[in-house]
Design a protein around this ligand. Structure first.
Ligand SMILES: [Fe+2]
Length: 178
């Protein structure tokens, strides 16, 4: 179970350390939000394989939250969230599509696409944080935790991309476009 932390970040960003902490707070918001959103997406898809993919990534995302909590601990800070407009935009866009699309299989295609966009955003997020961490004097376990999350996101991206290229979705697109 994910514990919602009441702290919200309102810090001045003046040093690379501040910037790292800000990104960490954003990542903490993103991963917490995605635990909920991946559960919603698992319910929205109508194909068993996609349901399992989203559910599996939801479980991984709970681990991502926990790994970020170890990073906060390593840098001597309380886990704190800072809202990510990028994630909010992706979720809003996904919700709009999901509501507007009437055809179940076309909605599946849109949801895989939304998942791919989200994974790419998370990959950029972690790559940026790891780059900053490398330039700072942080414990190895900070970098290890971020690398572990990045690796899961890359695997999730590959899996979703393979679903997007899978024969069933290809057939759906072929049927819809004639
Ligand atoms: Fe994640």
């Amino acid at each position: 179970m994910v514990v919602r932390i009441a702290h919200w970040g309102t810090m001045a960003i003046e040093t690379p350390h501040d910037l790292f902490e800000h990104h960490l707070q954003e990542a903490y918001y993103v991963e917490n939000e995605l635990v909920d959103n991946l559960a919603v997406m698992a319910d929205e898809v109508t194909e068993e394989q996609l349901f399992e993919d989203f559910q599996e990534h939801e479980e991984e995302t709970q681990q991502h939250v926990q790994r970020l909590e170890t990073v906060f601990e390593s840098i001597g800070r309380e886990p704190t969230m800072s809202e990510s407009a990028a994630l909010d935009g992706l979720v809003e866009e996904k919700n709009e599509l999901s509501t507007e699309i009437r055809d179940d299989e076309l909605r599946n295609v849109a949801l895989v696409g939304a998942g791919i966009k989200t994974e790419r955003m998370e990959i950029s997020m972690y790559e940026g944080m790891i780059q900053l961490a490398d330039e700072m004097d942080v414990d190895d376990d900070v970098t290890d935790a971020l690398e572990a999350n990045l690796s899961d996101e890359k695997d999730a991206l590959q899996k979703l991309k393979s679903r997007a290229e899978g024969s069933k979705l290809k057939q759906v697109l072929a049927d819809l476009t004639g």
